[in-house]
Design a binder for this molecule. Structure first.
Ligand SMILES: [Zn+2]
Ligand SMILES: [Zn+2]
Length: 167
C-alpha cells in the first residue's frame, strides 16, 4: 500500500502546498512486483480537493514475449489528479479521497497507471532472439541445438543408410 498523510492540507487555505519524496525499495502493489518506486509528488489545496502532480519512476516485473523470461520493465508514471476531501463522493474523475484521519491510499491510482504504462508486448531487450521455433531452446543462452545438426529430411536419411550399407 502506498499511503500519504495530507492532514496538513485538508483544512488549509487554497494554494497551500506539500511535497512528498518517495524512495521506496522492492514492493508489491496488488499483483504487481516493483523493484523500487522513486520520485516526488506535489500536493496543492484547490477549492474542490487536493491536486496531486508529479512523476514517479519504477521498474515492474513482467515477462518477455520472445524468450518468456521475467525481467523488470522501467515505467514512468505521471500524475495530475485531484484527490477528494474527507467525506466527499468518489467519482470517475476523482476516484480516491482523503480519509477522516488525513490519510489517502494512492495504490488504486498507481496500479492503474502502471498497467497503462506497461507495454502490451514487453521485450527484455530489443536484441532478444527469443526461443527457437524448432526446438524451443533459449537462443541467447545457447540452448538451441538446431544449428549443430543440419536438418535432414527423414527420406534422405533412409537413402544415406542404404548407400552406406552398399559401400
Ligand atoms: Zn527476451
Ligand atoms: Zn533450435
Amino acid at each position: 500500500m502506498l499511503k500519504v498523510n495530507l492532514e496538513s492540507l485538508t483544512h488549509a487555505k487554497v494554494g497551500k502546498r506539500h511535497a512528498v519524496i518517495f524512495d521506496l525499495g522492492d514492493m508489491e502493489i496488488g499483483e504487481l512486483h516493483l523493484a523500487y518506486l522513486k520520485g516526488e509528488l506535489e500536493f496543492t489545496r484547490v477549492p474542490d480537493g487536493i491536486l496531486m502532480e508529479g512523476i514517479l519512476k519504477t521498474e515492474v516485473e513482467t515477462e518477455c514475449i520472445r524468450c518468456l523470461e521475467p525481467f523488470f520493465e522501467p515505467v514512468s508514471i505521471q500524475f495530475e489528479d485531484t484527490i477528494g476531501l474527507p467525506g466527499s463522493e468518489t467519482t470517475p474523475e476523482r476516484p480516491i479521497r482523503v480519509l477522516e484521519e488525513g490519510w489517502v491510499d494512492l495504490t488504486p491510482l498507481l496500479r492503474e497507471y502502471i498497467w497503462l504504462g506497461l507495454p502490451l508486448k514487453p521485450i527484455c531487450d530489443l536484441r532478444c532472439q527469443g526461443l527457437c521455433a524448432q526446438c524451443g531452446g533459449h537462443i541467447a543462452r545457447g540452448e538451441c541445438v538446431c544449428s549443430d545438426e543440419p536438418d535432414i529430411d527423414p527420406r534422405w536419411e533412409v537413402l544415406r543408410t542404404l548407400l552406406e550399407e552398399e559401400g
